[in-house]
Design a binder for this molecule. Structure first.
Ligand code: ADP
Length: 848
């Protein structure tokens, strides 16, 4: 059967030093099977070696004996030859003594001797005075023998052989020292003793080479390296083989077995015959059989060892295979997925225990089954048979299919079957493998999940607000409820519009930035409480596309796949908005009316008061003009009329003065006031108006600000006016949602050693034109259609009446005006004079 890819059993946690038995597992049980042949071969080699050694020793001994025998034989022959010559020379000496031989006879006898025996070099007859009486030499030798000098025996010769022969009256052999490059010789001194008197001698000179060549039998010479040595072992003649160091030549118990020495008898120890055996047999080293045996034994040992190692490897492989098989078997048995194999004809060839457990049928019941299988529910037979045909045809869906399986007890469960081809070791398809999982539980869970999903969507779909979720920086719509789809369709366009217009986050920048560069698009987003902020900001926007006012709320959340997403909930507030707008318009109208009434009242009272003196001045002037033209007026009369005119003008000034003192009447209310409540009051009131304009008010008040001695109502008026102007400016500049912000900051300041509180109102409007900067505080200067132009004028009066200062400046970014800031500060302590503050207070109250 086909197994899944190899899974090796986990390695042992730690490998302790392994015993040799572990490394050579075969030594444990079947060791002798392998060791015995090895030992037998080794024993065989030892026996062969012993036999060879014994035979060799025997051979050496025999050779040695033959050598000894041959040498002794040669010595015998040499001795006999020497003795024969000695006999002949002695006979000649005797004949000389008996005077049977005279010089001429000596000559012929010596000549025949020399001619007959090639080892003889010369024979000389020497008298008592050591004169050479007669001499016979071999023709090849130089005319004068070595021992002769000036017809006399040389002195050294006289010392040795001659002296000895004279003294001993016996033949004497002498080995004279050999001169360099000269042929070694042997001398025989035979005394001539007529009647016991020494009368000279016969000196026979042998060639040592000749002795060797003719005295030693030729078969001995052929067999050995034969040599004649002197008493000190120096080679005189013959051949010498250098001593050999091999074991076979020099056995420890037998000395040098290849040579034998023996003194040559009549000469004595002075002349030694030595024979050295040639290397006739090659000994152990050259013995082909020995090497063959050794080679065969070596090969056998090598083969045995190789065989052994092979067995060890096979054994290890077997063990690994066994372990692998048991591991796979264990895996198969512990698997929870049912496995079933079919052959190409659709017959079950394998089922694993999990399959049996799932279906309740035993393995032997299932094996060999063909369609319809016993685990098919009866009612599904047709459908499953069609499926099987598909399966066997190789058309099975790789994603698996769901089927119902009947257990042995008749109960039925849902299963999912995945079919794949079963490829055998040769790479051919042997059948089909199917894995089966019980999906009853997953099915139940899925049903539950879909039910709960349905409940959830029903609620969301029924909401009267549109809900949409989209990931940041992507155009994918993750979720949209029914109302959203109704309003905006199934695209993210509506979502993005709501986000953009709602100005809840800088999402517009995110979307466009992403396409421009690879900068992290979430830069600037809140990190920690991103997804945990329960209620995100909300805004009211008007959507022309739908003709509706929307309240948009949004919050960040972690989507199910971990992505950061934004959820937008938009509620239709058109009805509420219209009601609010109506109310605001009514309030505005009422305010305008009251403002007009106040202005009208003031204007009529001023007009009324000023009317009398101005009419009088006009009358005086008209009268004077007509009378001057008619020439009816004297200088005094003219002066009188001008005096009256001036008095009327003074009266008009008094009227104005009077009105001022009239409006100044109510008392200002300066008191120690905290900054916090003033700011809170202003923020609360201003936000109402700003929200309508979709402008956010951000305020920050520095901690621990000192209390101020001011009229809080007037300071509130100033702040309200500045914030209202800022809102107007932003609205007028048509800023995008994220820039529609007014910033109010309150901090402490030190002005020339006097503690003061500074208020800053910053907006992102169009800024102040040059004309506006010049005429800002002028009464009735306004650029707005409905503006009165007295707000800033009043503000300055109020601030200055509190010993403070007000300042306006434009804000720039890269040379471009991005808004303006109004700053004023009020000293903390009570003012030295409260006059002007009171003035301003009256002024403001009158104007408001
Ligand atoms: P009004 O608001 O009734 O016009 P103000 O005295 O308050 O009267 O303002 C005078 C003028 O100063 C305004 O009409 C406007 O042109 C200019 N102004 C005041 N505040 C700002 C501002 N924050 N940004 C731009 N211009 C301003």
């Amino acid at each position: 059967m086909q197994y899944p890819p190899t899974v090796h059993p986990p390695p042992h946690p730690a490998e302790p030093a392994r015993h040799w038995r572990d490394r050579w597992p075969l030594l444990r049980g079947e060791a002798w099977v392998h060791v015995a042949p090895l030992l037998a071969v080794l024993l065989f080699v030892v026996v062969i070696l012993a036999a060879f050694s014994y035979l060799r020793m025997e051979e050496v001994r025999r050779e040695q004996e033959a050598l000894k025998r041959d040498v002794e034989y040669a010595q015998q022959r040499l001795r006999l030859r020497l003795l024969e010559r000695q006999e002949q020379v002695m006979r000649l000496a005797r004949d000389i003594s008996n005077r049977e031989v005279q010089q001429p006879q000596f000559g012929s006898r010596a000549e025949s001797l020399v001619a007959q025996y090639p080892e003889l070099l010369s024979i000389g007859w020497i008298d008592v005075r050591r004169h050479v009486t007669a001499l016979e030499t071999r023709p090849s030798v130089q005319p004068q023998p070595r021992w002769m000098e000036d017809g006399q025996l040389r002195a050294e010769e006289a010392e040795n052989g001659y002296g000895l022969a004279r003294d001993l009256r016996q033949p004497v052999y002498v080995l004279p020292p050999t001169a360099k490059n000269a042929e070694p010789t042997l001398e025989l001194h035979v005394p001539i003793t007529p009647r016991g008197q020494f009368a000279g001698e016969l000196l026979v000179e042998y060639s040592v080479d000749g002795l060797l060549r003719y005295g030693v039998p030729s078969e001995v010479l052929a067999k050995y390296a034969v040599a004649l040595l002197d008493d000190k072992g120096h080679l005189l003649s013959g051949q010498s083989i250098p001593a050999r160091a091999g074991l076979s030549e020099r056995l420890p118990w037998a000395g040098n077995v290849n040579e034998f020495e023996i003194p040559v008898s009549p000469v004595g120890n002075a002349l030694v015959l030595r024979a050295q055996a040639w290397r006739t047999s090659q000994g152990l080293v050259g013995n082909a059989i020995f090497w063959l045996v050794l080679l065969l034994s070596g090969t056998t040992v090598w083969m045995l060892v190789a065989n052994w190692r092979q067995s060890v490897r096979r054994h290890q492989a077997q063990q690994a295979l066994q372990a692998e098989t048991s591991f796979r078997r264990a895996m198969e048995n512990s698997m929870l997925t049912g496995m079933r194999a079919l052959d190409l004809q659709g017959r079950i060839t394998y089922v694993n225990p999990a399959f049996c457990k799932m279906t309740g049928w035993r393995e032997e019941e299932l094996l060999g089954q063909t369609e319809p299988f016993t685990y098919w529910p009866n009612e599904d037979h047709d459908q499953l048979a069609a499926r099987l045909t598909e399966e066997l045809g190789g058309a099975a869906d790789p994603a698996g299919f769901q089927m119902r399986v009947k257990r042995r007890d008749g109960s039925v469960f849902d299963a999912r079957l995945y079919v794949s081809p079963l490829i055998d070791a040769t790479g051919k398809q042997a059948g089909w493998m199917a894995s089966m999982t019980d999906i009853t539980e997953p099915n139940r869970v899925r049903r539950q999940l879909s039910a709960s999903y349905e409940r959830f969507t029903t609620v969301l779909e029924a909401l009267d607000a549109s809900v949409s979720v989209a990931p940041l920086g992507s155009k994918e719509l993750l979720f949209a409820n029914k109302l959203y789809r109704q309003w905006f369709g199934a695209t993210t366009e509506g979502h993005l519009k709501l986000v953009l217009r709602g100005g809840t986050a800088n999402t517009s920048a995110l979307v466009s930035d992403e396409s421009l560069d690879a900068v992290d698009s979430f830069v600037g987003l809140p990190l920690d409480n991103l997804a945990t902020t329960p209620l995100a900001e909300h805004a009211e926007i008007y959507l022309e596309q739908l003709g509706k006012w929307m309240e948009v709320r949004s919050r960040y959340l972690n989507w199910v796949d971990g992505r950061l997403a934004q959820m937008v909930i938009a509620t239709d507030i058109t009805a509420r908005h219209q009601a609010e707008e109506q109310a605001a318009a009514q309030a505005e109208r009422a305010q305008n009316a009251s403002r007009l009434i106040t202005m009208g009242e003031m204007a009529s009272s001023v007009a009324h008061e000023l009317n009398q003196p101005l009419t009088a001045i006009t009358n005086y002037c008209t009268g004077m003009i007509s009378r001057i033209r008619g020439g009816q007026i004297s200088q005094d009369e003219l002066l009188g009329a001008l005096d009256k005119t001036a008095r009327q003008a003074q009266r008009a000034g008094q009227v104005v003065q009077h009105i001022r003192s009239f409006v100044k009447r109510s008392e200002p209310r300066r008191q120690w006031s905290d900054v916090g409540p003033i700011v809170d009051q202003v923020v609360e009131r201003a936000e109402l108006d700003l929200r309508r304009r979709q402008v956010r008010l951000v305020h920050h008040v520095a901690p621990s600000l000192p209390a101020m001695f001011v009229d809080p109502i007037l300071i509130e008026q100033v702040l309200m006016n500045l914030i209202k102007n800022a809102g107007d400016a932003i609205d007028g500049a048509d800023r995008p949602p994220d820039e529609r912000v007014v910033d109010l900051g309150v901090s402490q300041r030190d002005i020339e050693g006097v503690a003061a509180v500074q208020f800053c109102v910053t907006d992102a409007g169009p800024g102040l034109s040059t004309e506006a900067i010049e005429r800002l505080y002028e009464a009735f200067f306004s650029t707005k259609s409905e503006g009165m132009g007295i707000g800033l004028n009043l503000c300055r009066s109020i601030v200055e009446s509190h010993q403070g200062r007000i300042r306006a400046e434009n804000l720039y970014n890269a040379g471009r005006v991005v808004g303006c800031r109004f700053t004023f500060w009020i000293p903390v302590g009570p003012p030295h004079s409260t006059q002007s503050a009171d003035d301003a207070g009256q002024h403001v109250k009158a104007m408001a």
